[in-house]
Design a protein around this ligand. Structure first.
Ligand code: DGJ
Length: 734
């Protein structure tokens, strides 16, 4: 790791263990240009990539054709309106209605460590583990400054970037677009890899070649969303899990965003990630500054496996915080699919009692415990206990649950308000709405205006009172609709474009309060499943409910896509009842357990009513969880095969960091008479070690398992699965 500034060539070079990122200050005016990002190189001598020597289009030599320079130069943080007609990273508007802005280099500083981002989630590092470069660029006539920040980490190939815009001029102006990062590169026939879906179908992979023009993804929903994940990778042709070059970016942000690639007339690609710009407009007065969210950038020359490994380790080390960062999570049972809204103390205790006897460690009471809520049409915002359902309130229920030996967790949807609620009757203006227009509802609810501090405060007071009232050890924070009809009763007209981002700052503020005031509580985020599964949320909660689709087979693609970016320790995964409530399929209970073992593991069913043959498997499943969870949480994850591409054979593997232990899970989606033994090529093992598979006598060397492969006989029955545990010889401790 290291950052240097070569004064002679006016070149910055940022090195991670395996990558280099280079920028240069060009020509007399000091344009900051991107030089190189990729596999680590040892010298700064590649500034020819700026192509500044190429006559005749350099301003100091030929200012008469300045536009030809600006429209081709690989600008590190491009602006709008001065003759670079590609996508700008920053767009502004002045009081006079003008949009031109030109940034050139002013100064820089390099320091150890990394600053926090005001009000926003951001990666962090301990002392001596990270270095940061800040480059100040300025538009001289506006007095506007962009401070470009880059942090590199000793133990990671991820580079964290963000941008702060400062108004140092004498007049207010408006920011209409602020990207967190922009990167100009030659287009090497890149393909864009993205993750897409819908409710209950999150994170399906999609790849397509970049052509001239734009290719982009965005969320305009005020949440990162089920539809397009805040991530994009540019990969060289024929990239596979193991081979090819991959540039990946993900945003540490949970609201509206955009990520795009713009291929120019000269076959260069401009790649950007940042806040969504259609609904955004931020007033910046003299002396004020605006901070854009952080972007996490990665380069891997080891295919997608390399990107995944780097993102996983980075998120585990530099994003996730709190008590559960490196801890096993309690095996929970959630009552949502067991009871929906129809429960009371007695019902919950009957589930808890049965669960305790089977080895389950925590009961989570989901939606329906507050106000007068017995359907989805009321009470959001009224966070007090419904004593008709729960006589004696939470203290009594939680004491009883604890007496049975279980921890207790609770559900909230803090950002929402039901028109049928006391809160709405008291504060109708707290809902996001446009004056004179009836706002569109979703799930019969409206969204609270979290851009207003008094709204955040009002919800916090209620939540704090609930959390203080009993021994609550887990919170599920849900969010079940997108934002529209954007209007805040508290913002003046010229600031309405700030609502979406201010809303997110309010959400982050409330989550920060929660984890600070109740540091022992395990927080799980959720947004109708994985509708807000992003690195921003992981800064507050070490786990996120992955999808409302708990069908084991649907989960294969969902978990494959999710695990491409996020560690398995973050993936909320439960065993549910069949026929599956979302899609109606029946799968073996055993297979449902194997699939859930790839995540945080728990149950989402009425344990008092499932078939006895299923119930009796629960203690064995929980034993597997305890046996494998350290490995799953901390190990290196590898995708071995994907059901979609391998005749229905889905396989993933986890290897301990010391390579002494590995777990291989195989799910056979298709049970066809012609199925034969499959040879699966394992990964990440020590080629020199000999491994024994639990329950078998033979030892197989790591290199054989990886290069020749592991034979896995065809399994009988639809949707069959198995887990194999490999332990290196002489490591008899496991
Ligand atoms: C959506 C969540 O994803 C579910 O798990 C459940 O909590 C419901 N909301 C409750 O309304």
């Amino acid at each position: 790791m290291g950052i240097i500034y070569d004064e002679t060539g006016r070149v910055f070079k940022l090195d991670t263990p395996h990558t280099s990122y280079m920028m240069g200050i060009a020509d007399e005016e000091g344009f900051l240009g991107h030089i190189y990002y990729g596999k680590r190189i040892s010298s700064c001598d590649v500034s020819y990539l700026l192509r500044i020597q190429e006559p005749p289009f350099v301003p100091s030599k030929n200012n008469g054709d300045r536009i030809s320079f600006l429209d081709a130069f690989p600008m590190e943080y491009p602006t709008h309106g001065i003759g670079d007609f590609r996508e700008a990273a920053l767009r502004i508007r002045t009081q006079g209605g003008h949009k031109a802005c030109a940034l050139t280099y002013v100064s820089h500083r390099i320091y150890e460590g990394k600053k926090k981002l005001p009000g926003l989630p951001a990666s962090f590092a301990g002392e001596g583990e990270c270095e940061t470069l800040e480059i100040v660029c300025r538009d001289k006539s506006l007095g506007l400054e962009a401070v470009l920040s880059y942090s590199v980490f000793e133990d990671s190939d991820v580079t964290a970037r963000h941008v702060e815009i400062r108004n140092q001029g004498g007049e207010k102006l408006w920011l209409e677009k602020v990207s967190s990062m922009s990167l100009d590169m030659d287009n090497r026939d890149f393909e864009a890899l993205t993750l897409h879906g819908s409710w209950a179908r999150e994170c399906h992979r999609q790849t397509g070649r970049l052509g001239n023009g734009f290719r982009g993804i965005a969320s305009r929903r005020g949440m990162s969303g089920h539809q397009d994940h805040p991530f994009m990778a540019l990969v060289t042709e024929h990239t596979t899990q193991e081979r090819g070059e991959v540039y990946g970016v993900q945003l540490m942000y949970s609201g509206s965003y955009e990520i795009l690639a713009d291929v120019s007339q000269h076959n260069t690609v401009r790649w950007q990630a940042g806040l969504e710009s259609q609904d955004f407009c931020w007033e910046l007065n003299p002396g004020e500054s605006f901070c854009a969210p952080e972007a996490l950038l990665i380069y891997s020359d080891r295919g997608l496996d390399g990107m995944t490994a780097d993102f996983h380790d980075f998120i585990r080390e530099h994003v996730i915080r709190g008590k559960y960062k490196n801890r096993k999570r309690p095996v929970l049972i959630n009552n949502w699919e067991a009871t929906y809204f129809d429960f009371n103390t007695e019902k919950l205790l009957s589930i808890a009692k049965e669960a305790a006897g089977l080895g389950i460690e925590m009961l989570v009471m989901d939606d329906g415990w507050f106000g007068h809520r017995s359907r989805a049409d009321s009470s959001l915002g009224d966070w007090y206990v419904n004593e008709e359902k729960l006589p004696g309130g939470l203290p009594r229920l939680v004491e009883e649950v604890n007496r049975l030996g279980l921890k207790f967790g609770i559900w909230f949807e803090p950002e929402m308000i039901s028109p049928e609620s006391e809160l709405y009757r008291k504060h109708p203006d707290w809902a996001i709405a446009v004056p004179g227009r009836t706002p569109s509802m979703a799930r019969e609810q409206l969204v609270l205006d979290f851009s207003r501090p008094e709204v955040v405060e009002g919800i916090w007071e209620q939540m704090e009172a609930v959390l203080k009232s009993a021994n609550i050890e887990y919170v599920k924070w849900d969010m079940n609709r997108p934002l529209c009809d954007l209007g805040s009763a508290a913002l003046p007209p010229q600031r309405q474009g700030e609502l979406l981002h201010r809303y997110m700052l309010g959400v982050y503020e409330l989550q920060e309060r929660l984890v600070t005031r109740f540091p022992d509580i395990l927080l799980e985020n959720c947004a109708s499943g994985g509708g807000r599964y992003d690195a921003g949320m992981l800064y507050y909660s070490p786990q996120i409910w992955c999808s409302d689709d708990t069908d084991a087979i649907e989960r294969l693609a969902i978990q494959e896509g999710t695990a491409m970016l996020y560690p398995l320790s973050t993936m909320g995964a439960h065993v549910s009842d069949c026929p599956n409530h979302t899609i109606g399929r029946t799968t073996p209970f055993e297979t449902r357990g194997y699939v859930a073992l790839a995540g945080t593991f728990g149950y989402e069913l009425d344990v008092t009513r499932i078939p006895e043959t299923d119930r009796e498997q629960i203690p064995g499943q929980i034993a597997l969880y305890h046996k494998y969870n350290d490995l799953v949480r901390e190990g290196d994850y590898y995708r071995i095969s994907s059901a979609a591409q391998s005749c229905g054979c889905d396989c993933w593997q986890v290897v301990s960091k010391d390579k002494k232990e590995s777990m291989v899970t195989v799910i056979q989606v298709l049970c066809a008479p012609g199925n034969r033994t499959r040879i699966l090529h394992l990964k990440g093992l020590d080629p020199e070690k000999r491994y024994r598979i639990d329950g078998e006598d033979t030892l197989i060397k790591g290199d054989s398992l990886m290069y020749a492969g592991l034979p896995v006989p065809a399994m009988k029955g639809d949707f069959a699965g198995k887990v194999m545990h490999l332990v290196a010889e002489n490591d008899k401790t496991k």
